[in-house]
Design a protein around this ligand. Structure first.
Ligand SMILES: C[S@@+](CC[C@H](N)C(=O)[O-])C[C@H]1O[C@@H](n2cnc3c(N)ncnc32)[C@H](O)[C@@H]1O
Length: 437
C-alpha cells in the first residue's frame, strides 16, 4: 500500500473507534480482515498512526478546528509526525486510495500556532479532568499530559525463579538488539519505544519469554510490586490478583519462600493466572477462587502484607490504551472510587499487627489515590503511612538512580506517584500503610 491509502485506512479506523465506539484493537482487527491485501508492514503503519491520533485527539482537533476523524488524523500527521501541508498533499497525489485532496482551509489550519490553546488541549486530556490534573501536577499539568500522550516502551521483568538477570538480558538482547537493562530497577529490561510506523518488538515471541525467563510488565507495575518488600518467608495476600501480573512479581520477590495468597472477587479474572504461575515456576502461590468468606477465612489478622492492586480508571495507562482516555466518564470514576473504598476496607482486615497494607492504582487522578488513602487513614487510626520508596528499596532491587527518581515522586503519606514524565513508566500510585503493633 502507498501512504495515501494507509492514511485513509487510519481515518476509517479512528471513525470506528470514536463514532461507532469500537475498542481500538477490534477496529484495527476488523479493518485488517476486510482488507486482506494489506501486509504486516501496512498494518503496523496504520496502527501506529491510529494510536498516535487517539493519543493526541484534542490537540489535533484544536489545530484543525474540527473533530472529525479526518481532521484528527491530518492534525496528527502535522503535529506528531511532523509532515508539512505540502508533504501531506504530495502523499495523496496519484493514489486512488488516498483521502480527498487537502482543501485551502485545511492547509491553513495545519500551520496554525497552538500557543493560545486551553490547558486540556495542550495536555491532550478530556476537559472534565482539567481540575484533577492541575491538582495532581500543578504547573507541570501540560508536561505530564503530553508525556501521557506519547508512546510507551515495552518493559520486561526478569523472572529470577528461572534465570539470572545477566543471562536473561543476554538472551533478550540476542533477539531484540535495542533491549537494555533498566536504569531504575535491577531485574528489569527495557525495549525503548519504536518508530510508530514500524512493527512493535515481538517481546512475547522470543525464546526467553517462552521459557519463562522474562515476563512482559510495565516498569511502573514492577516498581509497585517492590513496595511489598521481600522479607523471605512472608505471608502475602494479593487481594485483587486478577490475571496475576503482581502475583508473579511478588512470588519472585520472595524467591519461592513464604506464601502468596492470590484472590479476586471475580474468580473469572483469575483464569489466566494458572498457566502463568506454571510457566514462571512459581511454587509459593495459592489461588483462592471461592467467595471471600470461604476462601479467605483463616487469613484475618495474619498477613504480613496485603497487596491491593485496586480496580481503577487506568488513567495511568493512557499511552497504551489511548481510546480509554476519551471514553472515561465521571460516572465511571465515581464507581471506581466506591470500589476502592470498599476494597481497602475489606482488605485491611487481613493485615496482622505490624504488617502492611500496600495500596496501588494505575491511575494519576488524586480522587483515586491520595484521597482514598486519606479517607482510609482517617477512619483507621491503627494504620500509619510509611515511605513507599523505603519499602521498595528494602528489596535491594532499586538502582541508585531508581531510588533518587522514585524518591522524588513522593508526596503526602510518603506515597509515590509515578508518571511517564517523571519516571518513564505508566502512571502508578503506591501508598504503604503499617498496622500498629
Ligand atoms: C487492576 S486489576 C488487578 C490486576 C492484577 N493485580 C495484575 O497485576 O494483573 C483490579 C482487580 O480488582 C478486582 N476487584 C474489583 N473489585 C474488587 C473487590 N471488591 N474485591 C476484590 N477484588 C476486586 C477486579 O476483578 C480486578 O481483577
Amino acid at each position: 500500500m502507498r501512504d495515501g491509502g494507509r492514511i485513509q485506512a487510519a481515518i476509517e479506523v479512528v471513525d470506528a473507534v470514536l463514532n461507532r465506539h469500537q475498542p481500538v484493537k477490534d477496529a484495527l482487527r476488523d479493518w485488517g480482515k476486510a482488507h486482506r491485501f494489506a501486509g504486516s508492514g501496512d498494518r503496523a503503519w496504520i496502527s501506529g498512526l491510529v494510536m498516535d491520533a487517539l493519543r493526541s485527539k484534542a490537540s489535533a482537533a484544536f489545530l484543525m478546528g474540527e473533530d472529525t476523524p479526518r481532521a484528527i488524523v491530518l492534525g496528527t500527521l502535522a503535529r506528531g509526525w511532523a509532515l508539512t501541508p505540502d508533504d501531506i498533499a504530495r502523499t495523496f497525489e496519484g493514489d486512488e486510495h488516498a483521502p480527498e485532496a487537502l482543501g485551502e482551509a485545511e492547509r491553513a489550519a495545519l500551520s496554525r500556532d497552538m500557543a493560545d490553546a486551553p490547558l486540556p488541549v495542550r495536555a491532550d486530556i478530556p476537559e472534565w479532568l482539567e481540575e484533577s490534573f492541575t491538582r495532581a501536577f500543578g504547573e507541570d499539568a501540560v508536561i505530564e499530559g503530553q508525556a501521557m500522550a506519547g508512546r510507551a516502551p515495552v518493559d520486561l521483568r526478569v523472572n529470577v525463579l528461572k534465570a539470572e538477570p545477566d543471562k536473561a538480558l543476554a538472551a533478550v538482547v540476542a533477539k531484540l538488539k535495542d533491549a537494555q537493562a533498566s536504569e531504575l530497577v535491577k531485574n528489569a529490561i527495557r525495549i525503548p519505544e519504536t518508530d510508530p510506523k514500524a512493527k512493535s518488538p515481538p517481546a512475547d515471541a522470543i525464546p526467553a519469554y517462552g521459557k519463562g525467563w522474562v515476563e512482559v510488565q510495565d516498569l511502573g507495575s514492577q516498581i509497585a510490586a517492590l513496595a511489598a518488600g521481600a522479607a523471605p518467608g512472608s505471608q502475602i495476600l494479593d487481594y485483587c490478583a486478577g490475571a496475576g501480573g503482581k502475583t508473579l512479581a511478588l512470588a519472585a520477590l520472595l524467591n519461592n519462600t513464604g506464601q502468596i495468597h492470590a484472590w479476586d472477587y471475580d474468580w473469572r479474572r483469575l483464569r489466566a493466572i494458572w498457566p502463568r504461575l506454571q510457566r514462571a515456576g512459581v511454587r509459593n502461590a495459592q489461588v483462592h477462587d471461592g467467595s471471600e468468606a470461604d476462601a479467605l477465612s483463616g487469613l484475618a489478622d495474619r498477613m504480613d502484607v496485603v497487596f491491593v492492586d485496586a480496580p481503577c480508571t487506568g488513567s495511568g495507562t493512557w499511552r497504551r490504551r489511548p481510546d480509554s482516555k476519551w471514553r472515561l466518564k465521571p460516572e465511571a470514576l465515581d464507581k471506581r472510587i466506591k470500589e476502592q473504598t470498599l476494597v481497602l476496607e475489606n482488605a485491611s482486615r487481613y493485615v496482622k499487627p505490624g504488617g502492611r497494607l500496600v495500596y496501588v492504582t494505575c491511575s494519576i487522578l488524586p480522587q483515586e489515590n491520595e484521597d482514598r488513602a486519606a479517607e482510609f487513614l482517617d477512619a483507621h487510626r491503627d494504620f500509619e503511612p510509611v515511605a513507599a520508596v523505603e519499602a521498595m528499596a528494602s528489596t535491594g532491587l532499586l538502582t541508585e538512580e531508581g531510588e533518587i527518581q522514585i524518591g522524588a515522586c513522593a508526596g503526602r503519606f510518603g506515597a509515590v506517584q509515578l508518571t511517564p514524565a517523571r519516571t518513564g513508566t505508566d502512571g502508578f500510585y503506591v501508598c504503604v500503610m503499617e498496622k500498629k503493633e
